[in-house]
Design a binder for this molecule. Structure first.
Ligand SMILES: Nc1ncnc2c1ncn2[C@@H]1O[C@H](COP(=O)(O)OP(=O)(O)OP(=O)(O)O)[C@@H](O)[C@H]1O
Length: 747
């Protein structure tokens, strides 16, 4: 394996620097640049190694470079330009490996490892325990006569010193009479002693046998007979047929070596690597030894200059072929702390899709705090992955049958396990996948008919109003209780403030957003909630099997913070879910296999870099059990509400609340520009139940999602003082209203 050799590098650099100091002539920059361009055109050599190799030669004689028009002229300082930070700096920048492995530091990972170990030990014990009476004992009994014969034979051979016979014969053949006589004498002495011992042993055995037959208690007889039979059975085992079979058969997975990786990387169609390997070089550089990490191997690799991790991720299938491993074992990843060309190649012992059902960490928990991350699944390296929900919105997308609803269920159960969370569940497919959680939902619908779609659309309208109410309520909170103007656990627990977390789940939301009658408004409302609700404790979880611009408004796909894409059909769907350029950057949910990879997806936004996650799976009984626990918790804490208590759905007051129309109503056409604080005061007067307590900032943030910007507006205060404050231009408002009405008409 190739490792960085700091000493050599340092030595080379010092040598080069000395050479440069003595030969650092001034070079004609223009000439040199053009020469270099020519050389680059005529002699492309993508190999970084090759270019690095050639540098010292060229720099060795800059004068020659200048006089020769055909050759490249160097404008850079020769070799020493390669000098980066000094040794000390590099040591300082170097990455310290964990003293204690990550799995030992993380409570859950440690518990997982211990649980696995205990399970493994238990399996081994149970495996053998079952076989003792039915397999091992009969085998021992069957083998005991042979064991008796073997035992007697061994004693006999020992008594006559049979093991020395070949040596004596050899000396006799060599006619080495002196040594032969010596050995014979030794044999006679030995045999005499051993015969006496054997005779004594036989006598003792005879006495013991007679005593056991005629004098011993029946119990002692049984125990002695059992022990004798077992020992004889053990002695009678053929060398090639051990008594017990293995409880666990190790899957022998080939060790990942640098040679295998180099060969595989050369085979994936990246020119720089292939040409370097053809020249007998590696093309890639290992920056750390290949090590075991979790159930697989990890190689940290520097790719050639200009090659990115995305280029490799792009060719994952070819890499898997090069490594001779199933696709689900090969996971090329970027290192978030390094440059774009640093590849962390993790090769698992087992295909991720064959991991089986991943158990949800909270499956048996009593409760959960939504302000902490919700366990979601595991990554290919077996590390637990979770999703933060507070301050976030979640978008999930995939082709049908790839595990969307299953992942929605995990998040909904996580929310349900916190009794302070108000759950609004909408499943617009009508298959009842979330029915188990109905008993803890404040609002609930399952159906694809128009009424069910309207119900979900009404929920979004209500949530929008709730966001507005919360914005004003939070504004009024004292600074010491709410310094960041966002919901905290402390605020959520003050029930009188009604600012507890509110999670709205919309499964199969394409049926809602693409609905001819309710879709447009629902899309607007969802976008508004996503933009403003995060800090206010209103969280949307949206799942769609049709991530296109008609079924998923771009205002939504562009603004959610957590994204989870299971298998999708193509680049457009991929980027709708995972964000613009995700596909280009190598984050490709298209690479998952239909059905086989159900439950596997790319999770973006929950960690520094997108990560592949196999979600935990909760079947109906498991979801039911969690729902019952969540129901009991809510009952005990008095937080059951709405649908869960059998109450009627909240009435949606229709078009009574429309911010843009309300602002237009309080700003007469004669007022071309108006301060936001004045709009706030007038809105509060118009609809105190909605806008009560609003300040200018509320108007600013509420109008922002509609594309209405605030600007400095000159005006006169009530005291007659002329000044400039934040405000809007009325024309902007009328323009946005006109566009909206036009769009609604089109829909
Ligand atoms: N995490 C997982 N682990 C194992 N199997 C899973 C997982 N998630 C989903 N599956 C399998 O995939 C099947 C389909 O899952 P699910 O119903 O969640 O898909 P979906 O994408 O919601 O489908 P649709 O779009 O048709 O509603 C499940 O019945 C299950 O067998």
């Amino acid at each position: 394996m190739k490792h960085p050799d700091d000493d050599n590098e340092l030595f080379n650099r010092l040598e080069a620097e000395m050479a440069a100091d003595s030969q650092g002539d001034v070079v004609d920059l223009d000439k040199a640049r053009s020469a270099r361009a020519e050389s680059a055109d005529s002699k492309p050599d993508p190999s970084p190694d090759a270019s690095a190799d050639s540098r010292p030669d060229r720099s060795a004689d800059p004068g020659e470079g200048e006089s020769d028009d055909s050759g490249p002229r160097l404008v850079d300082r020769p070799a020493p330009t390669a000098s980066g930070p000094g040794l000390i700096d590099r040591i300082r920048d170097s990455k310290r490996l964990d003293v204690i492995p990550a799995w030992m530091k993380s409570g859950t990972e440690f518990a997982d490892a211990m649980k696995w170990l205990a399970g493994h030990a238990w399996h081994t014990i149970a495996f053998h325990a079952v076989r003792v009476p039915f397999l091992y004992l009969p085998k021992l009994v069957w083998r005991s006569p042979r064991g008796l014969a073997n035992g007697l034979g061994r004693i006999g051979r020992w008594a006559v010193d049979a093991e020395g016979e070949p040596l004596r014969q050899a000396e006799a053949r060599r006619e080495n009479s002196e040594l032969y006589l010596k050995l014979s004498k030794q044999r006679d002495r030995r045999v005499r002693l051993r015969m006496i011992l054997t005779g004594l042993g036989a006598l003792f055995a005879l006495v013991m046998g007679l005593y056991l037959i005629y004098g011993a208690e029946p119990m002692t007889q049984v125990i002695a007979a059992t022990v004798i039979v077992l020992v004889l059975g053990w002695l009678g085992a053929p060398a090639d047929a051990p008594l017990a079979t293995r409880a666990v058969i190790k899957t022998e997975v080939q060790k990942l070596t640098s040679d295998i990786v180099v060969k595989a990387m050369a085979s994936i169609g990246i020119g720089q690597i292939a040409s370097a390997v053809a020249k007998g070089q590696d093309g890639i550089k290992f920056v750390a030894p290949i090590t075991r990490e979790g159930p697989g191997w990890r190689a940290d690799i520097d790719l050639p200059l200009g090659v990115t991790v995305a280029d490799v991720a792009d060719r994952r299938a070819r890499l898997a072929s090069g490594l001779r491993r199933p696709l689900g074992c090969v996971w090329p990843d970027a290192d978030p702390n390094e440059h774009e060309g640093r590849l962390v190649l993790w090769v698992g012992d087992r295909d991720l899709s064959k991991t089986g059902i991943v158990k949800w960490q909270l499956a048996n928990a009593r409760r959960h705090d939504i302000f902490k991350r919700v366990p979601f699944g595991i990554d290919p390296r077996g590390r637990a992955q979770s999703v933060p929900m507070i301050q976030h919105n979640v978008l999930i997308g995939s082709l049908p049958g790839q595990g969307k609803t299953a992942s929605v269920r995990v998040l909904a159960c996580g929310a349900a396990m916190d009794p302070s969370v108000e759950l609004w569940l909408h499943e617009n497919k009508g298959t009842g996948d979330l029915d188990s959680l109905e008993c803890v939902s404040h609002r609930f619908v399952s159906g694809i008919d128009d009424d069910s779609i309207k119900y979900a659309a009404d929920s979004l309208k209500l949530l929008r109003e709730e966001v507005m109410r919360r914005a004003a309520a939070i504004k009024k909170l004292p600074r010491d209780l709410c310094p960041d103007k966002r919901i905290t656990r402390q605020i959520a627990d003050k029930r009188s403030l009604k600012l507890w977390p509110l999670v709205g789940v919309f499964d199969e939301c394409q049926n809602l957003f693409a609905h001819p009658k309710y879709g447009k408004q629902a899309g607007d409302d969802a976008e508004f909630i996503i933009k403003l609700g995060r800090a206010l404790g209103v969280i949307l979880v949206l799942a769609t099997q049709r991530p296109d611009k008609d079924s998923l408004p771009t205002g939504i796909s562009g603004n959610v913070s957590i994204r989870f894409a299971l298998k999708v059909a193509g680049q457009v769907e991929n980027d709708m879910i995972l964000g613009t350029s995700a596909y280009k950057n190598g984050v490709r949910a298209t690479s998952f296999r239909p059905e086989i990879d159900a439950g596997n997806g790319y999770l973006a936004g929950a960690t520094a870099l997108p990560v592949v996650v196999r979600t935990a799976y909760l079947d109906d009984p498991a979801t039911n059990a969690i729902a019952q626990r969540a129901h009991a918790l809510r009952k005990a804490e008095g937080t059951l509400s709405g649908h869960a208590l059998g109450e009627d759905a909240e009435a949606v007051t229709g078009p009574s609340y429309d911010l843009l129309a309300d602002v237009a109503a309080v700003v007469p056409p004669s007022e071309k520009r108006v301060w936001n604080e004045r709009i706030a005061a007038r809105l509060a007067e118009l609809r105190p139940e909605v806008y009560g307590g609003w300040k200018g900032e509320n108007v600013t943030s509420a109008l922002k999602p509609h594309g209405i910007k605030t600007t400095g507006v000159a005006g006169t205060t009530d005291d007659g003082e002329r000044t400039t404050r934040r405000g809007i231009v009325r024309d902007d408002l009328t323009k946005v209203i006109a566009e909206r009405d036009e769009n609604r008409g089109a829909a």
